[in-house]
Design a protein around this ligand. Structure first.
Ligand SMILES: Nc1ncnc2c1ncn2[C@@H]1O[C@H](COP(=O)(O)OP(=O)(O)O)[C@@H](O)[C@H]1O
Ligand SMILES: [Mg+2]
Length: 237
């Protein structure tokens, strides 16, 4: 079966005056449907750049990224926006909720862009908030919620399009250890329920809760292993 994610020779260069930063310096990997994968590495190693490219939020300087058989670098902006809405759920370290909207309204937002009728989207948003354990907080605004609760709203929002792929960039980075564990347990459950989950972390305990760890350094993959098992393959630099 074709991989859900195929990354081929991805590079990303940033020119800063006379200097060129190789944020990604030739990255190759495949992620199959149903995987639960962590991307680890020191700050500046290219993790967020990679996640943004996988999620279609940014484009590579060269190389190809294919998601569910779609070469997203070759898609027109409008098509990409629709594809993203239907296929990918993004979760960020800082939650990125709209502060003036309730939890319910935040979760409804991608469904408004998705053209779903008001009654249906309200019902679906409520069901998603129930699913992440926030059924009793639907009309709260972000400032009236704890960090962990805000991240649950953000996860419910990411699930609004029933995405095949959930991408999370440091989703526990702004949370205390116990709350982080609860959020991690939620990702584990979503993965068992069928979602492919890729998360960035620099916490090795968080990575160990996933099934596969891809380690980056200076824009390269330096190791790729099944957690608790043997390496998948040696680093190709
Ligand atoms: N918009 C940008 N302009 C210039 N350099 C950038 C930009 N975004 C990221 N970088 C650089 O690319 C490298 C990788 O960054 P990033 O992907 O954010 O790393 P990580 O998420 O692993 O901390 C870093 O050296 C960073 O400074
Ligand atoms: Mg980052």
């Amino acid at each position: 079966m074709a991989s859900l994610i195929q990354a081929r020779d991805l590079t990303k260069l940033y020119r800063m005056g006379d200097e060129t930063v190789h944020a990604l310096a030739g990255v190759n990997f495949d992620i199959a449907r149903g995987e639960y994968c962590a991307i680890v590495g020191p700050s500046g190693s290219g993790k967020s750049t990679l996640m943004n490219i996988i999620g279609g939020l940014d484009t590579p300087t060269s190389g190809r990224i294919v998601i569910a058989g779609n070469d997203i670098g070759a898609m027109a902006d409008d098509d990409l926006a629709v594809f993203r809405n239907q296929t990918i759920g993004f979760v960020f370290q800082s939650f990125n909720l709209l502060p003036r909207m309730t939890a319910l309204e935040n979760v409804e937002l991608p469904m408004i862009y998705g053209g779903i009728a008001p009654k249906e989207r309200r019902e679906r948003a409520a069901a998603l908030l129930e699913r992440v354990g926030l059924g009793a907080r639907m009309t709260h605004r972000p400032t009236q919620l704890s960090g962990g609760q805000q991240q649950r709203v953000a996860i419910a929002r990411a699930l609004a399009g029933n995405p095949a792929l959930i991408l999370a960039d440091e989703p526990t980075g702004a949370l205390d250890t116990n709350t982080g564990k609860e959020i991690l347990a939620l990702f584990g459950r979503l993965n068992r329920e069928g979602a492919t989950v890729v998360l960035v972390t620099h916490d090795h305990e968080v990575a160990a809760a996933t099934k596969r760890t891809i380690e980056m350094r200076d824009g390269h993959i330096v190791s790729d292993r099944i957690n608790g098992g043997t390496p998948r393959h040696d680093a190709h630099l």
